[in-house]
Structures are given as structure tokens and as C-alpha cells.
Design a protein around this ligand. Structure first.
Ligand code: IVH
Length: 686
């Protein structure tokens, strides 16, 4: 079905309406195209800013003509009202699972079996990654995405249609007009590793529990009752199987994938046609080598007999097809023994128990230590020295102890207890919920080193060349006893350190000096206040506008901020109450650290243009369109691309077009460039 037929019940159009209708359809197509380039092809053609502008223009038009909002509009991906529970849907075709093969010998005998059953000497296979996510059924009717479900028990799944609609990689409408009337597919929903880590950082910053691995994160995000929540999670999807379709079925699996790609659907980009089973083994080997460098998790490759008529001839067993198998990678879980439990001290003083293991290879990497997170976790898993445990490594995630394996008759030592004194500096250890921390603060070399690393990191003060090793030297030689000492360093001192010469010390001093001018949010982040990550630092900077205002706030004031809960407020208040912290901040400022305050006024003070809306038309000589837009937005106005009765001002530059006419017709106030400048000047003095 073509785009225009979606508008069949629109009343006859006035010329202006017709122009908007055309623009709206064009915008939808453009945004869809850019979503496709960004999420499916992974090669965007426009900047995020340009994309946002198209999106806002579409939103504005839809606001003006609510009757033109169609379910396939890109704006309709934001989520719907929360559900009480996920409905159940029967699958059109059973959702089977795959038999797993663990080594080449098993793959060779699979190939022999296929050749015997098909009575042939040669079989072509398609091979592709086995994505480690959540399997879904996806249904398109007349090119429109109408239903999606989880696998469930293979016969009936959970209806997650509205949640799937929020995934931008999934087209709400298929491209070209060659798609079948009815298409049922199978695919995998998963999360890219970088997005998974960023999400976990966000969750922990907000005081929520982190997800154990990307698969759990994807499953938890897709099976939400509130689709707004799903919309905020960075899910992607890949389609890898046509389960049913009307019309002629492509002759091979390879052709199926090519057709799906033509229709704008995401398909595995890492796929290969193999004429021999040796080529299949080679693909498996090469893909396993790439595994740690891929942006997403995979746990093997899937081998499929390419010809669809042969697939049908081979048929299926009770739970799996005969024509496809999963050739798995070695597991990323292995069994080993705990030799000792050590304690590491982090930058905020948190004591983390670490299991020292008998080294073991997990998914190609030798593991000799694993985090035990905190004392509660050790108690919950009942982990003690000498225990046999299963260690797990997911992607580039730090290895963790998945579980203890009880050995009957084993005599075990007493349960593990956290120390009462810091193993690094001997200061007393205090407890906060499940966490224990060293009270030594900057007097504890471990904390001081961690604090400086954090302060100097890219997202904070960004001191180039101040790495872990140099920081350790500076602290161990007593040259830096708190953050402010960094700005007291001189060349003579640096030259006493191993590895420093004239040039390297000059460069380091230069980059320390360059860090002296710093935006407030980066400075707040750099202080290393417990629970204050990048996001909260930004929120605080915007909310308070100055360091003094943040330092003066009390618990109640912090808690008026939506993102700030009791734990974050507590952490902020206790940090700024501490005299030694206030002293270091004062000294940093005395030594020339200058904090740039955000230009935005506080969000709760009304802005001069709050509630006003602008439309720009034609060219301005003193500003670019973007500058003009940014200017009025900073003063609180909304900028729209089309004129309506609700528009406050139309700013008409040279060669103003139909928008100017429209403004006249609707009696909207029109400003020329001079008038616009006067308005800005008068509002900025308000
Ligand atoms: S084909 C009838 N292809 O692996 C065959 N499955 O136990 C249908 N999976 O839950 C599956 N990547 O969700 C196929 N490229 C791929 C896959 C894939 C991941 C999942 C699938 C299933 C599990 C098999």
C-alpha cells in the first residue's frame, strides 16, 4: 500500500491545507528514510540537529492537523498508556528453537546427515551470527507493522506490539511496493554493548540495580508494561527468518534476507553463503575471533540449509527444524576455585571484595580475579575461600561469579567478613547499607589516586597525559596530597619522577594549566561526589547555575529536583558539609580554576519568551536561521515551521514566502529583521 492511501478519509483540501498535507507526507518519508540510514544501515546522512528539526516540523504539523496523525508516523513511536499486563497472542507458526552443536566434528556429521537425507553431494548453507537477545515474532499486513510477540512457550507469546513500535530500527511501514500483503517474520531484539553499559551507568547513577548482561537488559526493557519505559531504552532488532508470507516465497534463505533488506528491514550484515562445510567452519572461526570486537553479543553462528524447498523437505522435529543448527562458541562460563578474597578500595572509598581465582580460560580470555560486588552479595551467594564457583564473562563486562557449586562433604572456612580497617591506609571502615567504605578520604592513597584519576578524566577536567601511572607516582612521592596540589606542581618536582624529562613535564604542566577553565557540570563531576555521575552533574549545573548555589543548597532543596532522590541529596549534603572538601574547592579556585556557569537561567524562573512561539521565514542578514532559533529558544520561546493562529510572531526576512501570506491572513504579528532585533534587545534587558 502506498503512503497516500493512508489519508483516504481526509476531507477535500484547501490549497494551504494541501501544501501542509504534502509536506507532512514528505516529512514522514524523509524521517523514515533517515531512521533507516541510521538504525538499519548504520550510515546517517544528516546531523542529529537536522534530524531533530525535521522531527519537530512533523510534530508541529501533526499538532495543527491531528486528523492526519497515522499509526505509522515516526512521531508515534514514543509509547502508549501503560498496561495492566501483557496480553497473550497465539503465534501464526510455532516458534521453534535450534539444536546446538559444540564442535566441528558435530558440524561435519550434521552436513553428512543433510546430504544423506537430501540425497545430494553438495549443499549450500547460509551462515549468520546467533544473536544473544530475545526472540520475537513480527507481523506486517499490507506493509504496516501490526503485531509483535515474544516467543513464550513457542505456541503462545506475549503481545509486545506497542513496545516494539518504539524501536527505531524496526520500520513501522515497509519500503517499496513489492512487499507481500501478509508477512510473518522472526527476529531478535537486543542491546548494543555500548548502549548497555551507558544504560547501566544511568541506572546506577539513579540508584537502580544494574542489569547483569545485555540479554537481561533487552528482555527487561521489551517486556515492560509501560511502553514509555521501553522507548527510553536503546533496543535494536535484526530479522533473520521469514516464517510465512503471501505470494511467491523466495527460493533460498539468502534471497529471503535480501528481500527483507529491500523492504527496509534490518537483517544480519555479517552473513555468508557457503558452498562447502569447510567454509561454514571458517566462518565460525573468523566470527569467533571477531566476537570481542563486535558491538553486540553473539553466542555462536546459525547454519541454515539455503534452499527453501530443501528446508521444507527436511521439515522439523518436535521443537527444532532439521535444516538449521546453532554452532555455539565455547561458553563464557567456566568452573574454578577461589584461592583468596582480597579487598580493593575505590575512589570514593568503597571497599569491594574481589575473588582471586585459580586462573581459568573463559571464552578465550584467562580470568584470575572476579568482582564480588559487596558484602551482601558475598553473603547471598555464600562465597568463601576454597569454594568451587562458576565464573561468567559477558562481552567486555568484568567477570563475575555466577554461582557457588556446592561440593558435598567439603569442610569450609568461616563466612567471609569485611575488614574493620582499610587494608590500604588502616583508617576505620564505616558501613552504609550493603556498602563499606574507608573513612580515610584523601589520607588514603587508594582513594586519593582514584579521586585524581576521576578528576583528570576526559568527561571531567580532561587533563591530557595525566594517566594512572603518573598519578600513582605523584601520590607515592607525596607531591599531590589533594586535588588542589595538581595546580601547585612545578617542573622541578616532575623531573624527579621516573620517565619524566623536560618535554614531557612541560606538556603535562601545560595540560594541567589548560584544564583551569571548566564548565560547572564537569567540575561538579570531577569532584567525585558519591552517586554524582555525568547526568546528575548536568542536572545540578542547569538547576543551580553556580557552584555557590549548589554548595548552599540543603536536602530539601535538592529533593525538589526530579532526578534527585534521598540518597543523592544525602551524598551531596554530606560532601559539601565536610570542611576538607570545602577547603580543597576554595584552594582550587584560588589557584586559578575558573568555573564557567551555564548560560541558561534557572528553569523555574519564567523566561521572557515563555509561552511565545516564533516562525521564521526568509533570510536574515545578522543571524543564520539556526542562530535566530537558538536565540529565541534560549529566551524560552518555541520555534515552529508553520504558521497557525497560535503563532505569536512571524519573523520575515528577505524573500519571505507563503508563511508571510499565511501570517497576514491569520493576523499574526509580523516582525522584520529590525523589529526582531528590537524585541530581542528589549527582552534581554528584562
Ligand atoms: S533461526 C526455525 N537465526 O537462537 C529457526 N535464530 O535456540 C528459527 N537466534 O531462540 C531460528 N540468532 O531466537 C535463527 N540468526 C539467527 C538467530 C537465531 C539468534 C535465536 C533464536 C532462538 C535461539 C535458538
Amino acid at each position: 500500500m502506498q503512503q497516500d492511501s493512508l489519508f483516504h478519509d481526509i476531507p477535500p483540501c484547501s490549497p494551504n491545507r494541501q501544501a501542509d498535507v504534502d509536506r507532512l507526507a514528505a516529512l514522514k518519508n524523509q524521517i523514515r528514510h533517515h531512521d533507516y540510514l541510521y538504525y538499519v544501515k548504520d550510515c546517517p546522512e544528516i546531523s542529529d540537529g537536522e534530524y531533530d528539526r525535521l522531527f519537530r516540523e512533523l510534530l508541529d504539523l501533526e499538532l495543527k492537523y491531528p486528523d492526519l496523525i497515522t499509526p505509522d508516523s515516526p512521531t508515534q513511536r514514543v509509547g502508549a498508556a501503560p498496561l495492566d499486563e501483557l496480553g497473550k497472542v497465539p503465534h501464526e507458526r510455532p516458534m521453534l528453537s535450534l539444536d546446538s552443536l559444540m564442535d566441528s566434528a558435530e558440524v561435519l556429521s550434521f552436513d553428512q546427515r543433510m546430504k544423506r537425507e537430501l540425497e545430494t553431494e553438495q549443499i549450500e548453507y547460509t551462515v549468520e551470527p546467533k544473536f544473544d537477545g530475545l526472540s520475537v515474532e513480527l507481523v506486517y499486513d499490507h506493509g504496516i507493522f501490526v503485531r509483535g510477540a515474544t516467543r513464550g512457550d513457542g505456541t503462545t507469546g506475549e503481545d509486545v506490539t506497542i513496545n516494539l513500535r518504539t524501536i527505531r530500527a524496526l520500520p513501522l511501514q515497509l519500503q517499496t511496493d513489492s512487499y507481500p500483503d501478509h508477512l510473518v517474520m522472526r527476529g531478535e531484539v537486543y542491546m548494543r554493548l555500548s548502549d548497555f553499559h551507558a544504560l547501566n551507568r544511568r541506572m546506577t547513577e539513579q540508584g537502580d540495580d544494574a542489569f547483569a548482561n545485555p540479554r537481561n537488559a533487552a528482555a527487561g526493557s521489551l517486556r515492560q508494561l509501560d511502553s514509555h519505559m521501553t522507548a527510553s531504552r536503546p533496543l535494536v532488532v535484526t530479522c533473520y527468518e521469514v516464517m510465512a508470507m503471501t505470494g511467491a516465497h523466495p527460493p533460498t534463505h539468502w534471497d529471503e534476507l535480501e528481500r527483507l533488506a529491500e523492504w527496509g528491514l534490518p537483517v544480519p550484515s555479517l552473513r555468508r553463503r557457503c558452498e562447502t562445510i569447510d567454509q561454514v567452519l571458517a566462518f565460525h572461526r573468523e566470527t569467533q575471533e571477531q566476537r570481542d570486537h563486535l558491538p553486540y553479543e553473539i553466542d555462536g553462528v546459525v547454519v541454515k540449509v539455503n534452499r527453501v524447498d530443501w528446508q521444507n523437505r527436511l521439515g522439523m522435529k518436535s521443537r527444532s527444524p532439521r535444516w538449521a543448527v546453532a554452532f555455539k562458541f565455547p561458553p563464557r562460563k567456566e568452573i574454578t576455585e577461589i584461592q583468596d578474597i582480597a579487598i580493593s578500595v575505590g575512589r570514593t572509598g568503597t571497599l569491594t571484595p574481589l575473588a582471586l581465582l585459580i586462573p581459568v580460560e573463559v571464552g578465550g580470555v584467562t580470568i584470575s580475579r572476579a568482582t564480588l560486588h559487596n558484602a551482601d552479595e558475598v553473603a547471598r551467594k555464600d562465597i568463601r575461600v576454597g569454594d568451587t564457583v562458576r565464573v561468567e564473562r559477558a562481552g567486555d563486562v568484568i567477570p563475575a561469579i555466577a554461582e557457588r557449586i556446592p561440593i558435598s562433604g567439603q569442610v569450609r572456612p568461616e563466612p567471609f567478613l569485611m575488614p574493620q580497617h582499610c587494608p590500604i591506609c588502616g583508617s576505620a571502615v564505616a558501613r552504609e547499607g550493603a556498602y563499606y567504605y574507608c573513612t580515610g578520604q584523601a589520607a588514603c592513597p587508594a582513594q586519593l589516586k582514584g579521586a585524581i584519576e576521576h578528576f583528570a578524566s576526559k568527561t571531567a577536567l580532561n587533563i591530557d597525559g595525566l594517566g594512572k601511572k603518573t598519578i600513582a607516582q605523584l601520590v607515592d612521592h607525596g607531591l599531590v596530597k589533594d586535588l588542589s596540589d595538581l595546580y601547585r606542581l612545578n617542573q622541578q618536582q616532575l623531573l624527579t619522577l621516573e620517565g619524566f624529562a623536560e618535554r614531557s613535564s612541560t606538556l603535562l604542566l601545560e595540560s594541567i594549566a589548560n584544564s583551569k577553565t571548566v564548565p560547572l557540570e564537569r567540575f561538579l563531576l570531577g569532584l567525585g561526589i558519591r552517586q554524582i555521575g555525568q547526568h546528575i552533574a548536568k542536572v545540578l549545573a542547569r538547576e543551580f547555575g553556580s557552584l555557590e548555589a549548589v554548595m548552599a543548597a540543603d536536602r530539601n532543596r535538592f529533593q525538589t529536583i526530579r532526578e534527585v532522590g534521598p540518597e543523592i541529596s544525602e551524598s551531596l549534603v554530606s560532601y559539601f558539609q565536610e570542611q576538607s572538601n570545602r577547603r580543597v574547592i576554595a584552594q582550587l579556585q584560588e589557584l586559578g580554576v575558573s568555573i564557567i556557569e551555564p548560560r541558561l537561567p534557572q528553569s523555574h524562573t519564567p523566561l521572557p519568551f515563555s509561552g511565545k512561539s516564533f516562525v521564521f521565514t526568509g533570510g536574515l542578514s545578522s543571524f543564520s536561521r539556526d542562530e535566530a532559533r537558538a536565540l529565541v529558544e534560549r529566551l524560552g520561546a518555541l520555534v515552529s515551521s508553520s504558521v497557525s493562529k497560535k503563532t505569536t510572531y512571524v519573523v520575515a526576512g528577505s524573500d519571505a514566502g507563503s508563511k508571510l501570506e499565511q501570517a497576514r491572513k491569520l493576523a499574526v504579528q509580523i516582525l522584520d529583521e529590525e523589529g526582531f532585533k528590537n524585541l530581542i534587545n528589549s527582552s534581554e534587558t528584562l
